[in-house]
Design a protein around this ligand. Structure first.
Ligand code: 2M8
Length: 430
């Protein structure tokens, strides 16, 4: 794939290679993000994977989402990892013995969540083959589960009391070691590295990954939540943050849920209203006019976090967003360099903590590129969207479907054969 020109016949080869990645990562009921680094099912990965899989097999894309929805807890939460029963405990840390969680015997999961992009994915997967979906009762079965998932986020997770869902662990953002979390995490007493064994470093370069200090804090927070029975009312939540991407995806998904509701004969109006409410709360609580970006809010006393992460650009994907023009300007400005760097960096190129290789502290990610691409199309920036698409296809081809790429050089980092990278390619080519 070296030297692929994504606007030529190479696309046929690229599509075939992307399909091979997804077939290779399929376990029989879902897709692992990576055979080496992440050998289980991840929540938001599955949603992005399904968006790509629908172009290969709408039925398989439906099953991908159904296996995640099948691990839903009684309180409505969708766990961020569903552990593969056949994969040994030592393959990933923290594994099922650490989390000690699950919706019922036989299904082991983590106890935290990830960004709610699922209803959006369910609707798009439905649209790929409505007849097959109808035959399998896909929407009718998914709707009550998605509604319960959103209800959990709107109620038990509204820790700030202003209509936004809070995340209680950096892993819940999906942007694990973003500099946005440095401030709130500084208050968390880290577990010493001698008390746990990281498995990620068996498969990835230490310079591409979070540090041991980060991990010590991740472990402390997760163990604390676990020891309070994952009960949001009684857990003290030393880390509690309102994250723009998480809530923008909730708004986008509420809009999709309104369509799903209408298709199954339920009332779409409450979902539309909730989408409006989340957007209003985003604007009220997280919009920062001076930087033209949404910021994160630290609910444990820090106020708005003055770090400029790509999470603040993701609301561009929400239709009708009143500040879309400002966000577009910020995307094209010095901080994110849209059109001048590879894809969209995960953190401010001019920020003091910018690191082009270290995970969510600068590298460009394909799922985020996909959301920004959606936003550019949504808000009439078709040429910029086309350029971003070319940049993503080129980066995926050159890096052998890397997990993330250096925004300055396009060089791949992390795992190769990464599922949502391949899925995004399929989705962009289709
Ligand atoms: C990364 O997160 C996991 C923990 O959930 C890890 O580092 O072990 C993140 O990139 C996250 O966004 C992603 O969902 C997950 C699996 O691809 O990996």
């Amino acid at each position: 794939l070296e030297g692929v020109r994504p606007d030529a016949a190479d696309l046929v080869g690229l599509r075939r290679a992307a399909a091979r990645v997804l077939l290779g990562n399929w376990t029989g009921s879902s897709t692992v993000p990576s055979r080496t680094l992440y050998p289980h099912q991840w929540s938001w990965d599955s949603a992005f994977v399904a968006l790509g899989l629908r172009h290969l097999s709408p039925r398989r894309a439906q099953r991908e989402l159904e296996s995640l929805l099948g691990a839903q807890w009684d309180d409505g939460r969708l766990p961020h990892i569903v552990f593969d029963a056949a994969t040994p405990e030592g393959a990933y840390f923290p594994g099922p013995d650490f989390w000690r969680a699950g919706p019922f015997p036989g299904v082991r999961t983590s106890g935290i969540v990830q960004p709610p992009v699922h209803a959006f994915a369910v609707w798009e997967v439905f649209r790929a083959d409505p007849a097959e979906a109808e035959r399998r009762g896909f929407l009718a079965r998914a709707y009550p589960r998605l509604a319960a998932w959103h209800r959990y986020l709107r109620t038990r997770r509204d820790l700030g009391g202003h209509g936004l869902a809070a995340i209680v662990h950096p892993w819940e953002s999906g942007m694990d070691n973003s500099p946005c979390w440095d401030g709130p995490l500084a208050r968390v007493d880290p577990v010493p590295p001698s008390r746990f064994r990281r498995r990620d470093l068996d498969h990835a370069a230490p310079g591409d990954r979070p540090t041991d200090l980060d991990y010590g804090r991740y472990v402390r927070l997760a163990a604390h939540y676990r020891d309070h029975g994952y009960d949001d009312a009684s857990a003290p939540h030393a880390f509690a943050v309102e994250d723009p991407a998480f809530n923008a995806l909730l708004a986008l998904s509420e809009l999709a849920l309104a369509r799903i509701a209408a298709a199954v004969g339920a009332d779409p109006a409450p979902h539309r209203r909730r989408a409006d409410e989340v957007v209003a709360a985003l604007l009220d609580r997280l919009w920062d006019a001076s930087s033209g970006l949404f910021l994160c809010r630290d609910l444990r006393g820090g106020g708005l976090i003055r770090e400029h992460g790509v999470t603040g650009l993701v609301p561009l994907a929400v239709p009708g967003l009143p500040v879309a023009a400002d966000l577009l300007r910020t995307a094209c400005g010095a901080r994110f360099g849209l059109g001048r760097v590879h894809m969209v960096p995960s953190y401010d190129l001019t920020g003091p903590a910018f690191d082009p290789a270290r995970y969510w502290r600068g590298p460009s990610w394909f799922n985020i590129g996909r959301l920004v691409h959606l936003g550019l199309l949504e808000h009439g920036a078709a040429e910029r969207a086309a350029a971003l698409r070319r940049s993503m296809l080129r980066a995926a081809a050159r890096s052998r479907f890397a997990e993330y790429v250096d925004p300055l050089t396009g060089e791949g980092h992390g795992a190769t054969g990464f599922a949502w990278t391949a899925a995004t390619v399929l989705d962009l080519i289709a």
